[in-house]
Write a protein that binds this ligand. Structure first.
Ligand SMILES: *Cc1c(COP(=O)(O)O)cnc(C)c1O
Length: 477
């Protein structure tokens, strides 16, 4: 550890939340997968494998998932929620939100940990089934499921379908009847609570595409119950993503339980699904609420409300994605160029890497912040404010808007960006005909490919005219 007094003066271009680190090589607690460490020579090691070896074998950019970390997070979250809801006399089910990152291997990890899986398209359903998930352990949601998707889901015997609009009631019933099934369904409602990170907004109506207005729920549940091919399981609600604190969830749960209690007058309502959205740390300024604290607060509010309403406590269901897979992921990039840019007398060091908005679109999409560290070495040189830019043709193509790196960061360096396990590969794209990067799992000193990267041949494969005129790909693979 070096203490550099120079490093204690913030660069005026840095955002307020970002403090200059005493040691710009430190792997801050809570940001990196549990296996992350540095060798005595300063190299980043993940799952027992050196970052430089991973980059040499699989290239950059590269997504790395710490397998033990992801599996432990899934198992611990389930254990904590089950323990807290057992305390109030009920059970809790956990669905892994597959949209965060899904591959057949991740399906196997989640199923082995005792979780169910949520899908929201025919493609995600196909991956879950290819991973060997029993259809009864799957949930299907989305505001515009196609008739083909509903047919496929009911045919394979999917566990539950979340109905998102009045129109879907008839569609799901028809698909279920055609496939000779009585389909378990939830009804997605807007609790009027919308939350993101520290704030939540509570209104009586929400102006958004998902779900139905809470006051409409009794009428729609009546329509569901009138369908012989449907079995109503309970209400469903998802108030947002990357949420810190339990207050938004608690407010939403209280509102839902009022309606849940009214629905009990006309039939059973065995479950209540409060969705996902639990936040994680992307930078050292983020302090997400520990899962146990959330579970305690939610079990307490559910118990209190059920006592007040004099109703039995339902089985609870949750759908976290980010909090399970996000912190288990790290992205590796190679530095190509650096450029010191003078901004009204202050220097910002631009560091350009070989990926960008094609492998992580979250900064461009909604201003998401990330952290960065040197991955193949450490350095005692005083930290400088850096902006990690991608290689794409957009000035908003930023991977890390602001962090401090040792001032000698240079072309050829390997960089690591933590907390990229969720919504990075899943949202990846081929902008500028950049092939999608591979996803590699590391465990006990070994690495294996979960999803291979795309080659130039992959990129040309769907271009129907390519075979006619291109005898060569120019030697680039
Ligand atoms: C996105 C989503 C989730 C998962 O959200 P996370 O922030 O990844 O926990 C759960 N349920 C629904 C309905 C969603 O749309």
């Amino acid at each position: 550890m070096t203490f550099d007094s120079h490093a204690q003066t913030p660069n005026p271009l840095a955002p307020d939340w970002l403090r200059p680190p005493a040691d710009a090589n430190e792997l801050a607690a809570g940001l990196w997968p549990s296996s992350a460490s540095r060798t005595s020579a300063g190299e980043l090691v993940l799952g027992g494998v050196r970052a430089s070896d991973l980059a040499a074998e699989f290239g950059t950019p590269l997504y790395i998932i710490d397998e033990a970390d992801a599996r432990a997070r899934a198992a611990e979250l389930l254990a904590v929620f089950q323990a807290e809801f057992a305390r109030i006399g009920t059970n809790a089910k956990v669905y892994y939100a597959g949209k965060a990152f899904l591959s057949t291997e991740v399906v196997r990890w989640m199923i082995a940990a005792g979780l169910n899986i949520d899908v929201c398209s025919g493609g995600e359903l196909a991956v879950a089934l290819a991973g060997g998930a029993e259809p009864s352990r799957l949930g299907f949601h989305g505001n515009n499921k196609s008739l083909a998707e509903l047919d496929q889901a009911t045919r394979v015997g999917i566990g539950t379908i979340v109905i998102d609009s009045e129109i879907e009631i008839g569609r799901v019933a028809e698909a279920a009847a055609r496939n000779g099934r009585v389909q378990n369904v939830r009804l997605r409602v807007n609790s009027g609570v919308h939350a993101h990170t520290h704030e939540f907004l509570a209104t009586s109506h929400e102006d958004q595409k998902f779900g139905i207005v809470l006051t409409d729920a009794p009428r729609l549940v009546g329509l569901i119950r009138a369908q012989a091919a449907l079995n109503f399981v309970g209400l469903h609600c998802h108030i947002g993503s990357q949420i810190f604190g339990a207050d938004g969830f608690a407010e939403s749960a209280a509102r839902l339980l009022d309606v849940h209690a009214a629905l009990l007058a006309d039939g059973p309502v065995p479950e209540l699904n409060l969705g996902g959205g639990f936040g994680i740390a992307y930078t050292s300024a983020d302090e997400p609420t520990p899962i146990r604290e959330l579970a305690v607060a939610l079990a307490d509010i559910v118990a209190t409300e059920c006592t007040r309403l004099n109703i039995p406590v339902p089985v609870l269901a949750f759908e976290p994605g980010r909090v399970i897979i996000g912190p288990a992921g790290v992205s590796l990039y190679r530095v190509g160029t650096t450029k010191a840019v003078d901004v009204s007398g202050t220097t910002r060091l631009y560091v350009s890497v070989d990926g960008g908005m094609s492998d992580n679109v979250r900064p461009a999409l909604y201003g998401a912040d990330y952290a960065v560290r040197l991955a193949d070495r450490t350095s005692d040189i005083a930290p400088e404010l850096v902006r990690i830019a991608g290689k794409h043709c957009e000035s908003g193509d930023i991977v890390v808007d602001a962090d401090y790196l040792p001032g000698d960061v240079t072309p050829g360096d390997l960089l690591a960006v933590p907390a990229t396990g969720a919504y990075c590969w899943a949202l990846s794209n081929n902008y500028n005909y950049q092939g999608r990067a591979p996803v590699v799992a590391v465990l006990n000193g070994a690495a294996r490919v979960l999803v291979r990267g795309e080659t130039i041949a992959d990129l040309l494969a769907r271009d129907t005219g390519a075979a006619l005129s291109a005898p060569t790909n120019g030697g680039i693979s």
